[in-house]
Design a binder for this molecule. Structure first.
Ligand code: 2YC
Length: 272
């Protein structure tokens, strides 16, 4: 099961969206909208997001609703120029409400999957792919390109595995480390990348790291001046570790949800 956001991780998202956007501009040269478009393989002039109605449906299954999760998704989408609202009802009634309101895109998340459905053609974007693509674009921006660069991927799960695949297609030299050697081997066989056996050695020998694991990262293992693109939750660095890095790109929800919104809009709104 993917790592789950907690109320505490979500409570400040809306208030910090501005600083997240400024962090992205300074570290990657792209704001949230430009980054999301880059992750989808388009440029902002190719799509008109204004006036697109988006519904966000709270889902009570499993461990239930996360306080402010839906409101945070709605605000992230609003910041991209779309019109968004959280439905009054949750679950199936919420979905029916969004469809009756003519929403072109509907966001829903349970404990296993987080998707955005384009109601015009039924295609959908998924948070795992979107988070991988968004954070790869961010690392590419921060590094000034990934071709022929050595990149270490921590975590061979859905996000790390997709990120490895994307970076191989960008001709990066990717190595993967996962505490579960079998997952590293499966990914290595599927995508054709190297496997690291020792986390410390791997981190100390890489300037560029894509961190998609939920584990803490010890400052002893951080290479001076390294760049981390780090969607992994919870935030894995302590103050000593932060000081050793050149840049850390991290947010609990913003980049992934923004890429989902742009990707699902691109299914019906790309300019001819
Ligand atoms: O509030 C709600 O509607 C809940 N059902 C939302 C549950 C989201 C569970 N998923 C996660 O916490 C993580 C996020 C980082 C996004 C993807 N998985």
């Amino acid at each position: 099961m993917m790592t789950r956001l907690t109320d505490d991780m979500v409570k400040d998202i809306i208030a910090s969206l501005g600083s997240t956007d400024r962090m992205l501009v300074s570290l990657t040269g792209m704001n949230t909208l430009e980054l999301a478009c880059d992750a989808v393989g388009i440029t902002p002039d190719m799509i008109d997001l204004r006036g697109i109605r988006v519904g966000v449906v709270p889902v009570t299954s499993g461990l239930g609703v996360i306080r402010k999760f839906s409101e945070s998704v709605a605000e992230i989408v609003r910041n991209l120029g779309m019109e968004s609202a959280v439905t009054e009802a949750s679950d199936v009634a919420g979905l029916a409400e969004a469809l009756s309101a003519g929403c072109e895109i509907v966001f829903m998340a349970d404990d296993v999957q987080f998707i955005a459905v384009n109601t015009k053609n039924g295609r959908h974007s998924d948070n795992s792919f979107s988070t991988a693509a968004g954070y790869v674009s961010a690392l590419k921006g921060a590094a000034g390109g990934l071709a022929d660069r050595k990149v270490l991927v921590l975590g061979a799960g859905r996000v790390g595995g997709t990120a490895a695949e994307l970076m191989v297609s960008m001709h990066a030299e990717v190595t993967v480390y996962d505490t579960d050697r079998k997952k590293s081997e499966d990914l290595s066989r599927r995508v054709g990348i190297k496997i690291a056996d020792d986390l410390g050695d791997a981190l100390l020998s890489h300037d560029l790291v894509f961190n998609a694991s939920p584990a803490p990262i010890s400052s002893d293992n951080i290479r001076e001046g390294s760049v981390f693109s780090s969607p992994g939750i919870p935030f894995p660095f302590d103050d000593t570790g932060i000081k050793k890095t050149k840049a850390i790109i991290h947010d609990p929800l913003d980049i992934g949800a923004a890429v989902m919104a742009v990707q699902s809009a691109s299914f019906s709104r790309l300019k001819p």
